[in-house]
Write a protein that binds this ligand. Structure first.
Ligand SMILES: Cc1cc2nc3c(=O)[nH]c(=O)nc-3n(C[C@H](O)[C@H](O)[C@H](O)COP(=O)(O)O)c2cc1C
Length: 602
């Protein structure tokens, strides 16, 4: 971490904050606003304090390490596309034809020797201090959102191994602090550590777990990388850094952890016990609600002499995970191509909350090719979490040219090109009627075959006047993409009836409307497309909330309740505490940029 701090400082990518800042909300709010700014920087809080614990900490807190494209590239020591090219090369390695080819291949294979993590017995920096008298409250562990169930480790590398000790795993999962020696293990049902856990549970044996914090920041990126089940994420570290990860054994369990970790929390999970975890303000921009999860009994904490505590805050985009996700998206393209060979590129726009929205460009070769890809995506590892996928042909604009690509898509949307299916959902998805299982939307935009007359477009004000006089629930509207074959009209509503009923009533205005999107008037701005995308892809379950009629499509992106046939508890948005914000502005720890705060719904 200290080397990372120097690296960031040398590249003018670090802000040092010497004022006392509270680990409850204050630190997270500062980091939250920082990443939303154009030239955002990593933050080093040198004087963390806690009013709740009546404490000052010696350990500084480092946040937003991946807080910009530049910082992310520095951590990788190269462009993610260069790493992707290397992976692509390895995946396509063919037997050498001649002597020079053999030499080339030998070089490639020699380079691969650095991929495997090395276990060593030497004294590790990570174990300079060994504490058996455990007190997690001695660490500056943040509470990031007001309604969080407590303090959470948000950048913990969770190292586990299979029951037979043959497979290792590194996963990035948040960890709730229950008391001075117990941590909640938030590995969701689909994740590798949850699979290991079920082996231990079946065998009735305690599961060893070590949580590392800090060290090379690339470890934490590897922890969130969607590596295939059974592959140790630190192989990826070796491949990227071209040097082996060096591991040492934990002091009180058999788990190996990076020798340069700043802090390591070791322990055992008793599979017969679970405890309520959460709520926690999550990366969807909503709280994940209380649920039972396994608990680790901490047996030892080791650390460097002068450790740095690494943390992040997740919530409404854009945040630090935007840049981590960008690197993942680029590096995993060649692997995705192995199941979808005609895939040219794909993007997960930052406001699409990763798996909630994906744009993919392909070379469509035969009828139904895009639909074949939808099924392929929905069937591959963590790609199966994808909720909404748009497939475009190789003649489409660049996928990150959002204006042009959305024009292209809007010219190709028709009921015939839409596939609504169902399948596995991310455990964080709140819109699906059942946890972890729900609707999927795939749109095949590879063909320019929409042949309907253009809609008669009215001015927003005129349209609102005629519509709201008939349907009083509609309070505002804004139209987008009116020059395309799929004009979009976003309605801000104060719901007194089911949205499906409003959609049916609006049919009399069908000649002006094609794609109707409904959001609640409260907490949404119909003129802010960035946040509208975020809201819509979060709030809909394709099977329940998309209404399809020829040339007349409705999307109900309002919050749901029992009246809408939704039986789960609808979570709240993650909103900053306004009193904390005021105090931070007053102390000049954040600037009072009203426009930015409003734009990102802070
Ligand atoms: C900031 C951040 C926080 C995350 N928190 C969790 C979490 O609490 N639980 C979880 O299961 N996945 C979480 N993830 C996603 C996992 O890290 C990711 O799915 C990873 O590939 C899991 O590894 P595994 O398949 O080896 O279990 C988080 C990712 C990021 C970027």
């Amino acid at each position: 971490m200290k080397r990372t701090i120097e690296l960031l400082k040398d590249n003018n990518l670090l802000k040092i904050i010497d004022e006392e800042v509270d680990i409850d909300l204050e630190m997270a709010h500062i980091a939250y606003i920082e990443v939303k700014q154009k030239d955002s920087k990593a933050l080093l809080f040198r004087n963390p304090v806690s009013k709740r614990l009546n404490k000052k900490f010696n350990t500084p807190v480092l946040m937003n390490v991946f807080g910009s494209y530049e910082a992310t590239k520095l951590i990788f020591e190269k462009e993610p596309d260069t790493i992707a090219a290397k992976i692509e090369e390895l995946l396509h390695m063919k037997p050498p034809r001649d002597f020079w080819g053999k030499l080339e291949m030998l070089k490639e294979l020699f380079d691969l020797k650095t991929v495997f993590p090395k276990r060593v017995n030497s004294k590790a920096q990570a174990q300079e201090i060994v504490k058996k008298n455990i007190d997690l409250f001695e660490l500056p562990i943040l509470k990031t959102w007001s309604d969080d169930g407590g303090a959470f480790i948000t950048m913990g590398q969770v190292y586990t191994q299979s029951l037979d000790g043959q497979k290792q795993n590194l996963g990035m999962y948040r960890l709730q602090v229950y008391d001075k020696n117990r941590l909640g293990m938030h590995w969701q049902i689909h994740k590798d550590s949850a699979h290991f856990f079920s082996e231990y549970k079946k065998a009735g044996k305690k599961m060893p777990v070590s949580v590392a914090i800090g060290g090379d920041p690339l470890y934490i990126w590897c922890g969130q990388a969607p590596m295939p089940n059974g592959m140790f994420e630190l192989l990826l570290y070796g491949l990227i850094k071209e040097k082996n990860a060096i591991l040492v054994k934990s002091k009180t369990n058999p788990i190996y952890i990076p020798s340069d970790s700043d802090i390591v929390i070791e322990g055992w999970v008793d599979p017969s016990k679970e405890e309520i975890e959460g709520p926690f303000g999550d990366h969807t921009g909503y709280y994940t609600l209380k649920e039972p999860y396994p608990v680790m009994d901490v047996t030892c904490i080791t650390m460097k002499k002068e450790p740095v505590f690494q943390a992040t805050v997740v919530g409404k985009p854009p945040l630090e995970d935007k840049y981590m996700g960008w690197a993942t998206e680029r590096i995993f393209l060649p692997l995705l191509k192995t199941t979808a060979p005609e895939l040219i590129d794909y993007r997960m726009p930052e406001n699409g909350v990763f798996h909630n929205l994906i744009l993919a460009k392909m070379k469509s070769c035969y009828p139904g090719h895009a639909k074949q890809f939808m099924h392929a995506f929905w069937g591959v590892g963590q790609m199966s979490f994808v909720k909404h996928a748009f497939f475009v042909n190789d003649d489409a604009p660049e996928l990150d040219n959002y204006e042009d690509i959305s024009d292209y898509i809007c010219d190709r949307v028709s009921v015939d090109n839409i596939l609504i299916s169902e399948g596995v959902c991310d455990a964080l998805d709140h819109a699906s009627p059942n946890a972890c299982y729900g609707g999927k939307l795939g749109v095949d935009c590879t063909k320019d075959n929409v042949r309907y007359p253009k809609k008669d477009i009215l001015e927003d004000k005129e349209l609102l006047d005629i519509i709201s006089s008939k349907i009083s629930d509609i309070k505002s509207l804004c139209q987008y993409k009116t020059h395309t074959k799929t004009p979009i009209c976003v309605f801000g509503v104060k719901k007194s009836q089911n949205i499906k009923e409003i959609y049916e009533k609006l049919k009399e205005f069908k000649r002006h409307l094609k794609l109707l999107v409904f959001v609640d008037i409260d907490k949404n701005d119909v003129t802010n497309p960035y946040m509208l995308i975020w809201r819509v892809v979060n709030n809909i379950d394709a099977k329940r909330d998309i209404f399809l009629q020829t040339e007349y499509i409705g999307i109900d992106a309002t919050n749901k309740s029992k009246k809408d046939g939704y039986d789960r508890e609808w979570p709240d948005d993650t909103d900053c505490d306004q009193e904390v914000l005021k105090s931070l502005i007053k102390r000049e720890l954040i600037s009072n940029n009203k426009e930015l705060l409003k734009y990102y719904y802070v």
